[in-house]
Structure formats: C-alpha cells, structure tokens
Design a binder for this molecule. Sequence first.
Ligand SMILES: [Zn+2]
Length: 395
Amino acid sequence: MASLQRVAVAWLLLLTGCVAGNGQAGGDRVDDQQIPPPAAREDARPPDAGIPAREDARPPTVAPVVSNGSVLAGHTTTALSPIPLGTLTNRFGVVSVTVASGVTTWETPDAVLRFFDGSRRLEFNGTLLWMSGATTTNTVTNTLAQAEGTNTLEVVRQRTIAQADVDTVLAPLLTPTDQTNRSDRSDHPAPFIVILDPGHGGDDPGAVVADMPHEKALVLDVARRVRHRLRAAGIKVRMTRSGDKTLTLAERPDFARLRHGSVLVSIHANKASNASARGIETFIMPAAGFPSTADTVPVAESYPGNLHDSASLQLAYLLQRELINQTQTVDRGVKRARFEVLRLAPCPTALVEIGFVSNVDERKRLAETQYRNRIADGIALGIRIFMLQNSRPPL
Ligand SMILES: [Zn+2]
C-alpha cells in the first residue's frame, strides 16, 4: 500500500481536469485527482496543498430535489444511521466473514467483498469502488448474562457503513436482478435506448496534447465504435453528437430525457499534470449527504441524478469491470463526483474516463485502433450486461 509520504506527494500533484478552463460554468472537474489510500485519506489533507476546484463548492445550478420532506431530512437520515455490517450478512447471503489488518472480507457464493476500516474504498470481486461513506469502527459493549445472576461485559469492535451504501452499493451489486433494487430506476419504455455522450465537441476541444487528436475527436471515435457494436446487437443507440458539434453540459442529459434514454454513458479522456497518472475510472454521483471521492466536505443536496443511484452504481461497476477486463490497464475505480451531466441525469448514468492522454504510454495505446476497439468492447459489454440484468421478467 502507498505510504503517507506518497499521499502527501499525491496531494501536491493535484491535477488539472480535461475540461478545466473551458469556461462552461458548473461542469469543471478535476479529471485526475489521486485518491489517498484508506488509512490516511479521510482527514489528511496537507495544509498547503492546492485545493482542487470543487464542483461541490459551487451553488447548485438546478433546484435540489425535495421529496418526502426536506433535503436536510434526507441528509440527516443517510448520514446518521450507520448500519452494522454484522446485521447485513444474512440479507446478502454472506457465508464467511474474516477481519484482518483493518480489512473486513465477506464471501458469498458468487462474490468477495473487502471493506477497509476508516475508508470509503470497497473492492468487489477485485474491482475498485468508492462508496459514498466510509466503513467506520466503534466499540460496543455487550452484557453477557452468566450463571448465578452475574453479568460480565464484553467489549467488541463493530463496523458500520452508511444506509445509503447498503441501499445503493451493496444491494445493486449483490442482488442485481432483485426487483426491489429497481425502485429508483426510470420506467423506461421498450425498447431499451442507449444514449452515448462523447464529451466536449465543437468550440470545446477537451484535453489537448501534442501529437494526439483532441479529446473531442478521440472520444467521438470511441463512441462511434460503441454505437456500431450495440447496433450490431440490435440495440437502439442515440448519440448526443455524432459530429464536431458544440453542446453545453446541460444539453447532454436534456438530450437523454427527450430521447427517452434508458441509460446515459458519457465518454471522456483524462489529462493530468502528473505524467505518470494512467488508467481508467468511471464516475457516478455521490449519495446526498456525502462528499465526492476527492473531497471530504459533505453535500446535503439531492439532485435529479440521485434518483438513479442504485442503477447508476450497477452500470458504472459493469462498465469499469469490462473496461479493465478488456484493456488490462490500471483500475482507478468507480468514483463519485457531482459533474453536471451526472447531477441532471434523467436515467441511470455513468461517465467513463478511458485513459490519460497526458501519459506517454497510454497516449500511444489510445492512438492504436485495436486498443480503442477494446475500449469500445468494454463499454458495449458493460451496457449489454446491464441491460440483461435489468430486462423485464417474462409475463
Ligand atoms: Zn473530458
């Protein structure tokens, strides 16, 4: 695992996002920010580290979703009601629990999960996911009744996770075809319609580096390859842009809503000032009341995209898993950020970052048609598996 020293270095190497500086309000993001490892991340921010531009810190550009009472009430419920992991094992069919060195390992007949004390990190069958909240530990005292009326006290360490993560991470991962997971899914009309959103376009080139097509052209090429694969499988696909067209950030989820999209997959490439940064990552919304993965400041507001938290997690997990399977590149995990396309999402939505054009090796790979085909295979497979898991049962 990374050392504390590496954490400090990582924070000092805060990186610039591929859309930074493009002037589109509300959509800037830090495309690559090193995520500190579990032990030190939650409260360790070097005092002089540059604080990245946070989408969280900005006033929301849309009215928060307020349902079943106030936004604050929802926030309070999710943030203050941690669920002991031990009470969840029966529900999720866990057959083995082991704890070692601050790592709790669950095994089910189909999956291995690893929770990390004090961290939002979760590993699911080897794929890295970042929960909205951390696995927390506290000590609880049990009274053990003994013979002759005497009691002794047993002090045990209890691990808990947020209710939001039980509902929108564990449930969709461990019971993906369970109808009860679908309460937040858009009731999409048949047939299933995939909306692909190549990032940037027109006046906005996205990430620009020498000897490489602009990000807008790279991601359009990949999106077309994904479209080709899905259409060959008989799936309806619409693209927010099929040429070099300027679109605002808000027009992308608008397009998905108007076209009755069943899922929305936004495709981007990363650029970082740290030239060694590489790999693939997939973004979804943090749950209301929780910070972005790169941040520690909770955001209470709920947004339209939060209505699809469970399904978006499932979609992002499948995309990330299949992308890493296809490319064998660095798994940077499923992360959380309130990007505008995610905030306004009208359906299950994920934003994939297919690699770093700022990394020499990755840039070379991205320039190869064969490698872009593998990326397209990964995205198309992730979408198709999501479709299978969410197909309506036969009448
Ligand atoms: Zn981008």
